[in-house]
Design a protein around this ligand. Structure first.
Ligand SMILES: Cc1cc2nc3c(=O)[nH]c(=O)nc-3n(C[C@H](O)[C@H](O)[C@H](O)COP(=O)(O)OP(=O)(O)OC[C@H]3O[C@@H](n4cnc5c(N)ncnc54)[C@H](O)[C@@H]3O)c2cc1C
Length: 244
């Protein structure tokens, strides 16, 4: 059965890093839009003789009652992002959703390892209230590893650092794939996020790993995790690819 289509109206935008813009949408018909942390929406955009379908993870927690926030990376020559970055507040776009099962598992083990590249941080930002509750419940740890090229691309980093300051059982690690522009501070590492993940000695008996963003990073991380005994039930992944 086809999914219900509705119209989103763009309320506002703001650049959150030099290449990432946050888009705030609201349903035109005023109906509430409900989602679970980790889910995504699909935008349907006319493009020459066809319709593009582009999915975006919702970057806001479902507990936040405001707009649907999407964090979108500008892609040079990208068809969908070319259209989206030209939109001004008041513009309309067709949408379906929410979709997806990239959610925190209820039957969590001892440690959640959350791994993102770039805008792959969006679903984890939506999960923050849920993570906070889980960590406050005791007996649980979480590490969020974020891979970007450099400090200027550290999208929503302050939200993550805030949780790390509040809760000793939450660690935030940033992996910079290009040279650091300033001396490293405690949470900063030089290199690739999947290598820093393996330095945490992931253990299938106590960890669940959530991977989101660049497909190359996810494939590489999954190969490394499988080599130390992880299987599908301990791995959750959301690859950022275009549908058509
Ligand atoms: C479930 C899901 C959730 C997603 N969530 C997000 C999200 O929250 N934020 C977000 O920005 N994207 C997200 N994406 C990716 C998004 O749907 C598009 O693929 C992306 O915006 C590029 O679309 P485009 O039409 O501009 O590029 P296209 O016209 O499809 O691609 C143009 C060229 O750019 C390359 N390319 C595509 N994406 C990138 C990229 N990110 N960086 C560099 N090169 C690229 C392609 O390989 C191609 O060669 C998600 C994808 C899925 C499936």
């Amino acid at each position: 059965m086809p999914h219900e289509r509705f119209t989103f109206v763009l309320q506002s935008t703001r650049m959150v890093t030099p290449r990432v813009r946050q888009f705030n949408f609201r349903r035109e018909d005023g109906a509430p839009f409900r989602w679970a942390a980790g889910q995504f929406v699909t935008l349907h955009m006319p493009f020459t003789d066809k319709e593009l379908r582009r999915s975006y993870s919702i970057a806001a927690s479902p507990e936040h009652s405001g707009d649907v926030e999407l964090a979108i990376t500008y892609v040079d020559g990208g068809r969908g992002t070319g259209l989206l970055f030209a939109m001004e507040p008041g513009a309309r776009v067709q949408a379906t959703g929410p979709f997806g099962k990239f959610q925190l598992r209820e039957d969590s083990l001892q440690r959640d390892l959350l791994v993102a590249t770039g805008t792959g941080i969006a679903p984890f930002r939506a999960m923050l209230p849920q993570l906070r509750k889980r960590l406050n419940g005791g007996g649980h740890e979480a590490v969020l590893l974020m891979g970007v090229r450099g400090p200027d691309e550290l999208l929503y980093g302050e939200d993550m650092l805030q949780l790390a300051r509040e809760n000793p059982h939450f660690q935030f690690i940033t992996s910079y794939s290009r040279r650091l522009s300033e001396p490293a501070v405690a949470h900063e590492r030089k290199g690739y996020v999947q290598d820093h993940l393996m330095e945490l000695n992931p253990d299938p008996a106590r960890d669940i790993v959530y991977l989101c963003g660049n497909p190359g990073m996810i494939d590489d991380a999954v190969a490394k995790l499988k080599a130390v005994g992880f299987q599908t039930h301990n791995l959750r992944r959301e690859k950022f690819v275009s549908s058509n």
